[in-house]
Structures are given as C-alpha cells and as structure tokens.
Design a binder for this molecule. Structure first.
Ligand code: APR
Length: 240
C-alpha cells in the first residue's frame, strides 16, 4: 500500500490519539459524555443557562491538560516527524481541543473544534491565549467588558472553525488518514465520503476499532495509536 503513497497528506485526528496521553475520549464507555450531560456543558443554550457550570467543565479539562502530567505520546511525535520529513505537505486537521500535536512539534495544524488554551470574547470577538481558570468575573483584555469571555471551543450547533482552509486542503490531498475518531460527528465524519467521490486518493483509517465510516476506507489498521501510528509513519517515510 505505502509504495503508492506520494503527494500531499491530510490527517484527521480525534480524541483517540490523545487517549494514551491520559486524556479521555468522548464516546468510549469511560468517555467524557458518560460523565456529563452534553446539552448542559457543550451547547450555547447550556452556556447561557448556566455559564458557571460550563466554565467549571472546561476549567477542569484545561487544568488537567496544563498540569504537566499530560504529554504528547509517540503517535503525536510520529505525525510531527512525518511533517518534517515527508517530501510534500502534511496537514493535521484535529477535532481535539488539546495542544498535544503542537507540543510534539506539528506546525501545520487546523483545529476544527477550537482550543482549550484559548478564550473568545462574545462582545468584541477577539481570541485570547488563556491558560488559567475562566469565569464571569474575567475582563476582556481588548474591549474591557466583564463576563463576556467564553471557552474558544466549538459547541454542538455551532460552526466548526477553519472550514474554508480545510476544504481547500482536502481538494489537494493525495493521501487522507483518519486517526482516533469514531466518525460520528459532522462535518469531520463527512470528509472521507467527500474524498471518495472527489478523486483518486489513498484513504487510511488508524483506530482502536473500526469507526462508523470504516467501510469507506481503502486501508485500515486497528490497535493503539502509540503502536500503529509510528509504524504507519515509518512505512510511509521508508517508501519515499
Ligand atoms: N488508540 C487509537 N484509537 C483509540 C484509542 C487509542 N488508544 N482509544 C480510543 N480510540 C478510538 C475509539 O475507538 C473511538 O473510535 O478513538 C475514537 C474516539 O471517538 P470519540 O470518543 O467519539 O472522539 P472523537 O471521534 O474525537 O469525537 C469527535 O465529538 O463530542 C465531540 O467535539 C467532540 O471533537 C469531539 C468530536
């Protein structure tokens, strides 16, 4: 398979790539959505109804991410190596709001669902780096309004970020790799069918188990990301 791989690589990642770094996924039996009510903490309605509860949910995840105990794993590092050594472009499109791809050295990255380490002002729209707890008492550093800051995370019912750049990248992709995502959330889950109908492109799924979209992928390998992703990247780099 890997012998034919050449050209631009687009990689879609989900929570599964960060699981072995100690971050929970969403839909596994021990996942985040088994612990909290999505409507209460991951929708605009939930935020307007009880902002303190939503801030508490993201503050706990941000604190854990920045605690020093959550580090990139060998799958994140393998993708950074691929970007550095591949003879065409490598773009990571991540659904994750953690910063582990960047900490592993990935530079060419688009976050579809926002980032835990950023806050956005609902008054002036500015996006700020935010690495501490966020609350209604915080003041926007740009427009100085109080209580207008929210997590810069995309909630259900909101538009994902960077979609124009993502569509452009998908059009130029020669290889599409989906890693650690269950394929349940759109529009990320639609990329594979878009690519299948669009043009000749090598499609690969690397996941712990077959995702909802598994039948659409040309190639697949199942197992833990820290094992199958470095092996896959090694094979790609050896083949060029
Ligand atoms: N290695 C590889 N894959 C793994 C591992 C692992 N160690 N552990 C779990 N997985 C796989 C699971 O089998 C599952 O298919 O990762 C996937 C995680 O799926 P979800 O929990 O649904 O996470 P994700 O697909 O990223 O969710 C997409 O949904 O709730 C929203 O905004 C949230 O970005 C998230 C989006």
């Amino acid at each position: 398979m890997l012998k034919q791989a050449k050209g631009n690589i687009v990689i879609l990642t989900g929570a599964g790539i960060s699981k072995e770094s100690g971050l929970s996924t969403f839909r596994d039996p021990d996942g985040i959505w088994a612990e909290v009510n999505i409507d209460e903490v991951a929708t605009p309605e939930g935020f307007s109804h009880n902002p303190a509860k939503v801030h508490e949910f993201y503050n706990a995840r941000r604190e854990r991410l920045l605690s020093g105990n959550v580090l990139p794993n060998s799958a994140h590092f393998a993708l950074a190596r691929l970007e550095a050594q591949w003879n065409a472009s490598v773009l990571v499109i991540t659904q994750n709001v953690d910063n582990l791809h960047e900490k592993a050295g990935t530079r060419n990255i688009l976050h579809m669902h926002g980032e835990l380490t950023k806050a956005r002002c609902t008054t002036c729209g500015i996006v700020l780096i935010w690495r501490k707890a966020l609350s209604r008492n915080d003041i926007c550093g740009s427009c100085t309004s109080t209580g207008s800051l929210r997590p810069h995370v995309v909630w259900f019912g909101e538009n994902p970020l960077n979609m124009h750049k993502i569509q452009t990248a998908l059009k130029d992709a020669a290889v599409f790799v989906s890693i650690g995502t269950s394929g349940h959330v759109y529009p990320a889950a639609s990329f594979i069918s878009q690519l299948k109908s669009q043009k000749e492109v090598m499609t690969v799924e690397l996941n712990l188990e077959p995702s909802a979209n598994a039948p659409l992928f040309e190639y697949s390998t199942y197992g833990e990301a820290t094992k199958i992703v470095p092996a896959f990247v090694h094979g790609l780099l050896e083949s060029q």
